[in-house]
Design a protein around this ligand. Structure first.
Ligand code: GRF
Length: 194
């Protein structure tokens, strides 16, 4: 049986990371076993750190603040990803803009909480809520040099009701994220989605 190694990069609460541990870590899909072989965080106080530890993977903390140049940080991250022989890098709430050095050297996918190409960048949930978009959702896309601009792999939406609170709206988006991110990882590493 083949094993495919993934890395998960995160910056915050790590709920998508935990969901990946639950749904795909050390499980086999289409004859391919998926292993979360590396977790990496750019902040030493992120809540996701404990989540990773809970599943037996000690995250590597690489503080971006210690790298004055954005590209120097990316070079270090790429070096680590290579050293772990990672097949696919998953950005799950990794709040860093990546330079072409990263995007050219690493195959990566990202989860974004909007129906791309709408509402790229930070604070997408708030932006779409305030724009009163009738449909909302989340997208998983390949990472390229354009922020939130790579080809969409999976996207799912829901229809917003008139009286939907922000909290309910946000919860619906996260629920979709927890469905489509594991599915997209499986599609790319086990079903050969390119
Ligand atoms: C998610 O909404 C993701 O789409 C966005 O950041 C959030 C990360 O949440 N990029 P978590 O750290 O996985 O809980």
């Amino acid at each position: 049986m083949t094993t495919k190694k993934i890395a998960v990069l995160f910056s915050g609460s790590g709920t998508n990371l935990e969901n990946l541990f639950v749904k795909i870590h050390n499980k086999t899909f289409n004859g391919v076993r998926i292993e979360i072989a590396l977790t990496l965080c750019n902040k030493d106080d992120a809540a996701g750190i404990e989540k990773s530890q809970k599943y037996g993977v000690e995250p590597l903390i690489i503080k971006h603040k210690e790298y004055p140049q954005r590209e120097e940080f990316d070079k270090r991250v790429v070096e680590i990803i290579r050293a772990h022989e990672i097949d696919l890098c998953v950005l799950a709430g990794f709040m860093r803009i990546l330079t072409p050095y990263f995007t050219k050297n690493v195959k990566a996918i990202n989860i974004h909480p909007s129906l791309l190409p709408l509402f790229k960048g930070a604070d997408a949930i708030r932006q779409s809520y305030e724009a009163s978009a009738k449909k909302a959702g989340a997208s998983v896309h390949f990472v390229n040099e354009e922020l939130d601009g790579g080809e969409v792999i999976l996207q799912k939406s829901f229809t917003r009701t008139k009286d939907m609170s922000y909290e309910e709206y946000e919860a619906n988006i996260h629920k979709i994220e927890y469905e489509i991110l594991p599915q997209a990882v499986v599609d790319v590493v086990a079903n050969d989605r390119r």
